[in-house]
Design a protein around this ligand. Structure first.
Ligand code: GLA
Length: 386
């Protein structure tokens, strides 16, 4: 399908419909999945190719014990490097680090969590393990038999133009739908070919918009602050994905991790923790589980925020919330403490409004016309304005 066709797309009751003049075609049914941005954990950012069955079990244990599950983190997702070889029937077996995938999925489910897995539309994954090319239905059936709830489908070695790419994603989506099991479909192709404009039509519940994040302020800020403009492509069931969280992985400052979390919440981005959950500082856990900040991300209206104003390194971002209030991030990308001002006219707020600091969990009273606050280097003040 050409992208120009994708313009007459509408959504009703969880169904994506393509309208061509008087003809409408149902393209995909989102099965009510991912009505708010998916929350959970993914093995890649911390464990990369070393991930084992034991690491995944320990992440599941931790997510329950440390309160993350209660805060909304539900998906425990295995990324690349779980795969072994295909047998003569084409069945893909996990490698020796994953002795029994069904037992692992049962274990994760027994904790009231959901479990995710990873593959590629190409013959090889990004780490050169077996992909699903030519085995889509077989793999999808196997995932469903194991009890998989989420698939990250990573472009990697796939070759072809945008039409071939779209067909490959449709093929796997149809294979997933055919299993009858609701499985969140996460597209990963680094934002090529304006994926946000056709992601929903191939059944994508989320799609990566960028190259891989790394645990550095430069990488996180480049990706996060670069998302403005994509907001009209996000909606319940269909999210822009600026990649997984690096919070707690150790190479950013506390203020930088607060910026990471605040920005991802304003962006209505998936919140997939990428650290070692079993070895986390209380500060990291506090950043990941602040309920008022998570409520911004999980707001049922599902509106992605945008940059409302910028003055040099100082940026004000806004996300409208379902109760009529606004989440507002005052960011300082500069190298020293600076005052940042959010003018109410920029963020669409009337004459006077009450302001609450969501990280400090403190009401700041009623303010007129604008709100000014000191923001540390690479830091943020995140407020709710009503
Ligand atoms: C790509 C993806 C990453 C991760 C690796 C695994 O780089 O973008 O998120 O899944 O592959 O190999």
């Amino acid at each position: 399908m050409k992208m120009s066709l994708a313009q007459g797309i509408t959504r009703a009751m969880g169904v994506v419909i393509l309208m061509l003049g008087s003809v409408s075609i149902v393209l995909a049914q989102d099965a009510g999945l991912a009505r708010t941005p998916p929350m959970g954990w993914n093995s890649w950012n911390h464990f990369a190719c070393k991930v084992t069955d034991a690491d995944v079990r320990s992440a599941a244990d931790a997510i329950v014990a440390n309160g993350m599950k209660a805060a909304g983190y539900i998906y425990v997702n295995i990324d690349d490097c779980w795969q072994g070889k295909r047998d003569e029937k084409g069945v893909l077996h996990p490698n020796e680090k994953f002795p029994d995938m069904k037992a692992l999925a049962d274990y994760v489910h027994s904790k009231g969590l959901k479990v995710g897995i990873y593959s590629s539309p190409g013959p090889k994954t990004c780490a050169r393990y077996e992909g699903s090319f030519g085995h889509e239905e077989q793999d999808a059936r196997m995932y469903a038999d194991w009890g998989i709830d989420y698939l990250k489908y990573d472009y990697c070695s796939f070759k072809g133009d945008v039409d071939a790419q779209i067909a490959a994603y449709v093929k796997m989506h149809e294979a997933l739908v055919k299993t009858g099991r609701p499985i969140v479909f996460s597209l990963c192709q680094y934002g090529m070919d304006r994926v946000w404009s056709w992601g929903p039509t191939v059944g994508g519940n989320l799609w990566r918009t960028t190259e891989d994040i790394t645990d550095e302020y430069r990488s996180m800020a480049f990706i996060g602050f670069g998302q403005s403009g994509l907001e009209r492509f996000a909606a319940p069931g269909h999210w822009n994905d600026p990649d997984m969280l690096e919070i707690g992985n150790g190479h950013m400052t506390h203020d930088e991790y607060l910026t990471h979390m605040s920005l991802w919440c304003i962006l209505a981005a998936p919140l997939l923790a990428g650290n070692d959950l079993a070895k986390m500082t209380p500060e990291t856990l506090e950043i990941l589980t602040n309920p008022e900040v998570i409520a911004v991300n999980q707001d049922p209206a599902g509106i992605q925020g945008w940059r409302a104003a910028q003055e040099g390194p100082l940026e004000v971002w806004v996300k409208p919330l379902s109760d009529g209030s606004k989440a507002v991030g005052l960011f300082n990308r500069g190298e020293s403490l600076m005052p940042v001002t959010a003018y109410f006219r920029d963020i669409g707020v009337g004459e006077a409004a009450s302001v609450r600091d969501l990280w400090a969990k403190r009401d700041l009273g009623v303010v007129r016309d604008h709100f000014t606050t000191q923001v540390p280097k690479h830091g943020v003040v995140l407020v709710k304005v009503k």
